[in-house]
Design a protein around this ligand. Sequence first.
Ligand code: OGA
Ligand code: MN
Length: 297
Amino acid sequence: MPAASLVSTSAIAAQSFEVRPFSGRVGAEILGLDLSLPLNELDFARVHQAHLDHHVVVFRDQRITPQQQIDFSRRFGVLQIHVLKQFLLHNHPEILIVSNIVEDGQPIGLGDAGKYWHSDLSYKELPSLGSMLHAQELPSEGGDTLFADMHLAWDTLPQHLREAVEGRSAVHSYTARYSEGHNAASWRPTLTAEQLAQVVEVSHPIVRVHPETGRKALFVSEGFTTHIVGLPADESRQLLTELYAHSVRAEHVYRHQWQAHDLVFWDNRSLIHLAAGCPAHLRRKLFRTTIQGDAPF
Ligand code: OGA
Ligand code: MN
């Protein structure tokens, strides 16, 4: 190998870090990696593999800026800008503020992100590959995020349910539960015509194949899936209810209890997730980046 290329690929020092799987079947933490430093190709490949193997990885103690979060996220793909423009970080539209904080009577971010199980942006033609949340302010109690493994959900799905869904598609809509958030204490701004035009409903296969690992996963969620194509409404409702209940069985779930400066990166093709919520008077703020994925197949 020519010396020049050897130098250029190894110029960034390797970091010694550990990938430590959690005790359950889902998720791992990454210890000793500093994402404020440049990451060389080999280290990046290890992180990428850990993400594929464990579906959600928790980078502890990351003192990174919004720009560093954006730069790291971009190594995985194109970033998606959220339709709720009012909650994007100033000068960094790639970051969506997820927060329950109200300043001067105005919510500073999306206050009820993840109130129902969902996969981010599954209502788009090109849903998300994965999302990163970086903790900025955490409540002293509550505020956990739960992740359910949809590969395990598929692998353990009873035969009659497998037969009922195989080859079928389901419709996903951003507005499926949007209006349920509309009450006196609503976090959800009314969507403009322009915003509505960006979130036209789509249909996706109920069983998708992960484009990088080839593993099958269920791809429906109570948050965004409205109905199964080609079934009478009551049958569709009944079947979805059974799929949802099976998906989030305790043995498929990792519950993340946030620690200061955690950066959590999950795979939206493999998992659905849920915000457990926290007492309203406690402040919670996280920065989210969302990476675009492929059309599900
Ligand atoms: C999200 C989300 C859950 C949480 O930001 O995509 O679902 O616990 N958040 O904040
Ligand atoms: Mn989400």
